[in-house]
Design a protein around this ligand. Structure first.
Ligand SMILES: [Zn+2]
Length: 601
């Protein structure tokens, strides 16, 4: 507000003077308040091989915020590992930027995320142009009667600042771009549940604030060559609650595919399948909670990762990304009421159903077919190794039916408990539940309760993956026992919107559980042991006093010759069946309360 007279008279200033002033004060919001100031151009529009830098992107959003205060709001919302705050822009009519009030008015919410992989920057440029043109054209603003658009302009700020021209080795432009890893070299599109990065923790909170109906996370794909510029990962529809999955599969996806084709950007599902080349078939992608759309699915949000093809020119990739977002916006505008109904039915199921699926697998007996426009895959001797190498012959395009595996079935399910009890010591877990707005109560005094405990059995571990030693394939044994809990421990009832998130993170067998991501590793280690020469006498006395254990030992010796010949193994076996063995070893700390109990709060 330092230049009010300039603001009022800007339109009458000689052009030369105005441009000089702009050079002097390039970041002054006051100067940009004039409507015309949001009619800027971005570098892409004069050179289609350029993408905005982080600083240029935020400057564009600041211009739009200054020019359209009644329709556009730009705020910072949480920190990133880069030490810079995330920005969140909201486009909404009537100056209403409160998510609760927007929802109460019946409008839907679309969340768009850009630059999670900054080497794949189409969404950054496409969204700036889309928003600018919407804000400058009243005819385009009709859609705001049915939805609000929320945008994270750049999510991986860290990687976006790490600009180079090489790390997307095979990609056709832009000439320079950011890097995939964030400031701590995390892939943020694996971090939505474990939340190692501040970026992800801030995202969890932004997502909970807006609880979008539809979520779009813009990407570029690698892989095979084919004729399409745009490929699409949609939330695997069987992973959504049935009413919402059906809506996505039968109503929304057919609309998006048809509309994109009519705009000249025919799409194909993300090209990933059982063979080396796409003509052997395409399979839907199982988007677990670590991925953006998988996290969204935990909250009954339909998610899309549009993946433009890296071998197509950057300009085509930007234009098709914009076309996709505009198509999604149009669909929501035309189907707002149906989307609301489908989502409300899904929420009801999430709150009330008794059994939850933890993992899925492709149903290989159910094969659809898909018309695919590819290029013929061929092999020729490599100039590098002399061995056969794959190449796609663009002079031999083909159109043919290929197998499409798009039905997934549950491979692991579990009954939900009445509540989980989380001992207060496991703070990193509690913090993540808090970020996600999970309702928790705390015990006001110590109490003994009958609960289900998991004893952790065998599992496999993947070395040094995304900052973790990721566990998978866990086997558990369920034991019902009395267990003592303490004042301050957390009780999490499974009757809330967060149910699915709770089951998929707190059940240790779930593919993206806290257990899988090493949050509970300390309980895997035994802390005390025995001195064999001393324990020999104690063990002998214990077997004398416990003839049933002794009988079990003799039976095992009779059945297992190796065991019968191994003195240490037998002593260890007795120790593990004795009261000296620590009861907490390999017991999963989070308990499942299965029946109503009087709980002190
Ligand atoms: Zn990506």
């Amino acid at each position: 507000m330092s230049f009010p007279s300039l603001h009022i008279h800007a339109g009458r200033l000689p052009l030369v003077l105005l441009s000089q002033l702009l050079l002097l004060f390039p970041l002054s919001c006051t100067l940009h308040r004039h409507h015309a100031m949001s009619d800027f151009k971005i570098p892409f529009e004069s050179n289609p091989n350029q993408t905005l830098t982080y600083e240029e992107t935020i400057a564009c959003y600041e211009k739009m915020a200054a020019a359209h205060p009644g329709m556009f709001q730009l705020k910072t919302a949480g920190m990133t590992d880069a030490g810079l705050p995330l920005h969140v822009a909201v486009v909404s009519h009537n100056g209403e930027f409160d998510p609760m009030k927007i929802r109460q008015s019946g409008r839907r919410i679309l969340l768009i995320n850009n630059g999670i992989h900054p080497g794949e920057p189409e969404g950054i440029d496409a969204t700036v142009m889309l928003l600018r043109d919407l804000l400058n054209d009243p005819a385009r603003q009709k859609v705001l009667e049915h939805l609000a658009i929320v945008v994270i302009p750049v999510y991986n700020i860290d990687g976006c600042l790490n600009r180079n021209s090489y790390t997307r080795a095979n990609q056709d432009g832009p000439e320079s771009y950011g890097f995939r890893g964030n400031a701590r070299n995390y892939d943020l599109n694996r971090d939505f549940v474990k939340c190692d990065s501040y970026n992800a923790r801030s995202f969890n909170q932004i997502f909970q604030t807006w609880m979008p109906d539809v979520f779009v996370d813009n990407h570029t794909s690698n892989g095979a060559d084919y004729q399409y510029t745009m490929t699409l990962i949609a939330t695997q529809h069987n992973k959504l609650e049935a009413p919402l999955g059906d809506f996505l599969q039968k109503t929304m996806k057919p609309y998006l595919y048809a509309e994109m084709a009519s705009r000249g950007w025919e799409m194909i599902p993300y090209v990933d399948g059982p063979g080396d080349t796409p003509d052997q078939g395409i399979s839907d992608f199982c988007d677990y909670g670590r991925y953006s759309t998988g996290y969204a699915a935990m909250w009954n949000t339909i998610g899309f990762m549009p993946e433009t093809h890296m071998l197509k020119p950057f300009a085509d990739r930007v234009h098709s990304t914009r076309a996709f977002m505009e198509t999604v916006i149009r669909f929501i505008d035309e189907n707002a009421a149906e989307l609301r109904i489908a989502r409300e039915a899904a929420w009801k199921l999430t709150r009330e159903k008794k059994e939850f699926v933890l993992d899925w697998k492709a149903d290989l007996t159910h094969i659809d077919s898909l018309e695919f426009k590819g290029y013929t895959a061929k092999y020729k001797p490599s100039d590098v190794s002399g061995l056969p190498r794959l190449w796609y012959d663009r002079n031999e395009p083909y159109t043919k039916k290929i197998p499409y595996y798009n039905q997934f079935v549950p491979s692991l399910s579990v009954k939900k408990p009445l509540a989980y009890i989380i001992p207060k010591a496991w703070e990193p877990v509690v913090q993540r539940l808090e970020l996600n707005g999970v309702a928790m109560k705390r015990l006001s005094q110590d109490v003994e309760l009958e609960v289900e405990n998991y004893r952790l059995g065998e599992f496999q571990t993947r070395n040094a993956w995304e900052g973790h030693y990721f566990h998978y394939g866990l086997k558990v044994e369920t034991q019902t026992a009395k267990r003592r809990f303490h004042a301050g421990d957390y009780v999490v009832f499974c009757d809330q919107p967060a149910n699915r998130y709770l089951l998929e993170t707190l059940e240790p067998q779930a593919p993206d559980s806290w257990f899988a991501w090493n949050f509970f590793d300390p309980v895997l280690m035994q802390k005390e042991y025995f001195s064999a020469y001393v324990f020999e006498d104690l063990a002998a006395q214990f077997l004398k006093e416990n003839p049933d254990v002794k009988a079990e030992l003799e039976k095992k010796k009779a059945a297992d010759a190796t065991f019968a010949a191994d003195a240490s193994a037998q002593l260890d076996w007795v120790y593990r069946h004795s009261p000296w063995y620590e009861p907490s070893h390999r017991v999963y700390p989070v308990a499942r309360l299965m029946k109503e109990a009087k709980l002190p709060f």
